[in-house]
Write a protein that binds this ligand. Structure first.
Ligand code: PMP
Length: 334
């Protein structure tokens, strides 16, 4: 099939049945959002948010799109902006992998790196800084994925419908991560309407506030974590957590080792959030007493994490892997 434009390759991502990892009595399927042309689940919102802004007259020809992003939304926006002739300026916290930052720059985006160790309300926090840059830039539009209604809309009308059809309308649970909460909120709305028995489970990094908020309603102070793209230190304005039945707190180590196992045993090359989702999905599946059909996501491609969790030396340096687990340190391949 010949595509007229790279943008028509966004979406319609495949589901893969997990066969070589113990899923208890359940059937677990992974949706390969990593197959999107920008490499992640965020291409969908990049396209939908930009086209909505065009329809609503918020972006003018030659204008600059500004966004605060952990990297993947930036890549999705860069893909769409380049095809449509917009400039893109992204504010990225400096803990994000250098592969993501290099990829953004290669796609023509202007990358403004900022501190990862400050929270909302601080002028160097990535979202506050993006807002300031928007105010200072002429003919600009701040996409603001955390508050943009077209972020959850994209997942409600597109991602969720795709999953439901691919599963032949036979599905018991979906395990998602929460960054902006666009995926969760969109899926939640779709399933509330179409199949309210479908359970929503969240995978949340240790240090993020969401697990405690969902289970007790208490808002704690956030810690820090290395898993990229999921976990929160505030409740995003678009978040609808009301239908979340269970939340699993996943450590960096559990997430990274799960991602490595997914690659070794299933050949699925995912990022760190994929590892967190897989760990939570497996924990949920193994607790079940009845067979269930479950979907989770490979949110982005693992090649952005080769210098981090797929690198044995890096894992060792972070105290996440014993030297005896990967042999001699003189092995320079890592
Ligand atoms: N995984 C990765 C790698 C991401 O970049 C993101 C988005 N920040 C997510 C998962 C979470 O998606 P959402 O923003 O829809 O909650």
């Amino acid at each position: 099939m010949i595509h007229d434009n790279i943008l028509s390759l966004i979406g319609n991502t495949p589901l893969v049945h997990i066969k070589n990892i113990d899923t208890g009595p359940c059937e677990l399927y992974v949706k390969l959002e990593s197959q999107n042309p920008g490499g992640s689940i965020k291409d969908r919102i990049g396209l939908v948010m930009i086209e909505a802004a065009e329809r609503e007259g918020k972006i003018k020809p030659g204008g600059t799109i500004i966004e605060a992003t952990a990297g993947n939304t930036g890549l999705g926006l860069a893909l769409v902006a380049a095809q449509k002739g917009y400039k893109l300026k992204v504010v990225v916290p400096d803990k994000m992998s250098k592969e993501k930052i290099g990829h953004l720059r290669a796609m023509g985006a202007e990358v403004v790196l900022t501190r990862s160790d400050v929270q909302k309300g601080h002028p160097e926090y990535y979202q506050d800084l993006a807002e300031k840059l928007d105010a200072e830039t002429e003919n600009s539009f701040y996409i603001n994925q955390f508050a943009n209604p077209h972020n959850p809309n994209a997942h409600e009308n597109w991602t969720a419908k795709e999953i439901w059809d691919q599963m032949d309308h036979s599905l018991d649970a979906v395990v998602v991560g929460v960054g902006t909460s666009g995926t969760l909120t969109g899926l939640s709305r779709f399933f509330a309407r179409e199949a309210s028995h479908v359970e929503l489970v969240i995978a949340d990094p240790v240090g993020s506030i969401l697990t405690e908020y969902v289970t007790t309603g208490h808002l704690k102070k956030a810690g820090s974590w290395m898993i990229e793209g999921i976990g929160e230190d505030f409740i995003p304005p678009i978040a609808d957590l009301s239908r979340v039945k269970s939340a699993f707190s996943v450590s960096d180590r559990e997430a990274f080792l799960a991602a490595r196992e997914l690659l070794e045993k299933e050949g699925i090359f995912g990022g760190s959030s994929t590892g967190a989702l897989l760990h939570a999905a497996l924990t949920w599946c193994r607790k079940q007493t009845e067979p269930k059909r479950v979907v989770t996501f490979c949110c982005d491609n693992g090649n952005k994490y080769l210098s981090k969790m797929y690198n044995n030396f890096w894992m060792h340096d972070q105290g996440l892997m014993e030297r005896k687990q990967f042999g001699d340190l003189r092995d320079i391949i890592g």
